[in-house]
Design a protein around this ligand. Structure first.
Ligand code: AMP
Ligand code: FE
Ligand code: FE
Ligand code: ZN
Length: 297
């Protein structure tokens, strides 16, 4: 089984990168992508963990980039936030590296602003507590959710997202995001493979329409994450058709976040054929195979 989207403590997952690799093996996966938000910070620890495995396993190094699109033509609702997965890009490619640093820096000021709003409304959490929970990883709303959980304000992080942390909450503050066409181009320039993450996750907010999705092919989009928890069956079917029509490959992934979300590793998976297509475009860094992995695994 192949799962191409998972988070670690390098961003808002709860497994360390080494634990993530161990849990992927335990879940029966033979290929996993580590895709933390706006960082490659978990890569080295995950690589080391794969080096210690005594079962066949392949690690794909990636990042989930915070992006923004101008908005759908014909509505006046403005820009749309979205996520873009980049796989196997060169982490030293300067322009993309600078963008990751900029995105992570903005997560700090923005996280503190959300916490200030919540504290101002009387919720008993603190910014230091959130920083401690994040433990040096890219800070996100799930860390604030964890603080609210510790304070007994909510029963789960998901619960925190229903009101206090949602983008329509009075406490919400947006974070900096990259223009998605620029992100696609920079990932390609760095030898990486851009795949749009959960494009029709409707419950998270506004989504790109078909025309907007089509427009991402010109800057160099290569794949669509079709099978994802947040996609309804009819949306999966239509996205798969669209991918075929546009010459893009389709992926399926869990978007695992450890205990911060209920989804399990391998809950959605990618076909070997799509993985082959992904790998055929990658030239930034190699996949990492465990010592016992035969070639082509
Ligand atoms: P941020 O990157 O700080 O804007 O926070 C967004 C992150 O929160 C996403 O990447 C998810 O990991 C997480 N998230 C979004 N919606 C929910 C939800 N309803 N329940 C739990 N986690 C969520
Ligand atoms: Fe996340
Ligand atoms: Fe995402
Ligand atoms: Zn994700």
């Amino acid at each position: 089984m192949i799962d191409l989207h998972a988070h670690s403590t390098a961003s808002d997952g709860s497994d360390t990168p080494a634990e993530l690799v161990g849990n992927a093996v335990a879940a029966g996966l033979h290929t996993l992508a580590i895709t933390d938000h706006d960082t490659t910070g978990g890569w080295d620890e995950a690589v080391a963990a794969v080096g210690r495995l005594d079962v066949p396993f392949t690690l794909i190094r990636g990042t989930e980039f915070s992006c923004i699109h101008d908005g759908n033509t014909g509505d006046d609702d403005g820009p749309i936030s979205l996520h873009l997965l980049g796989y196997l890009f060169d982490p030293e490619a300067e322009a993309l590296k600078a963008e990751r640093a900029r995105l992570r820096r903005s997560r700090l000021g923005r996280g503190e602003a959300i916490v200030d709003n919540l504290v101002g409304a009387g919720y008993p959490i603190s910014w230091q507590q959130v920083l401690d929970i994040a433990g040096g990883g890219a800070v996100g709303r799930p860390h604030i959710g964890q603080a609210l959980l510790q304070a007994g304000v909510v029963d789960s992080v998901t619960d925190a997202f229903a009101h206090l942390l949602s983008s329509s909450s009075p406490y919400y503050v947006p974070k900096l995001e990259m223009a998605v066409d620029v992100a696609i181009e920079l990932i390609r320039q760095a030898g990486g493979v851009p795949v749009i993450a959960h494009p029709w996750a409707r419950r998270r907010g506004r989504i790109l329409d078909e025309a907007a999705l089509r427009s991402l092919v010109a800057p160099g989009l290569l794949g669509i994450e079709v099978d994802h928890l947040d996609h309804a069956p009819d949306d999966r079917a239509r996205l798969a058709e669209l991918a075929t029509e546009l010459g893009l490959f389709s992926t399926g992934s869990s978007d695992y976040h450890g205990t911060r979300k209920s989804v399990r590793l391998g809950s959605d998976t990618t076909s070997p054929d799509s993985l082959e297509r992904l790998l055929s475009h990658a030239s930034g860094v190699d996949v990492v195979r465990s010592p016992t992995t035969g070639h082509g695994q």
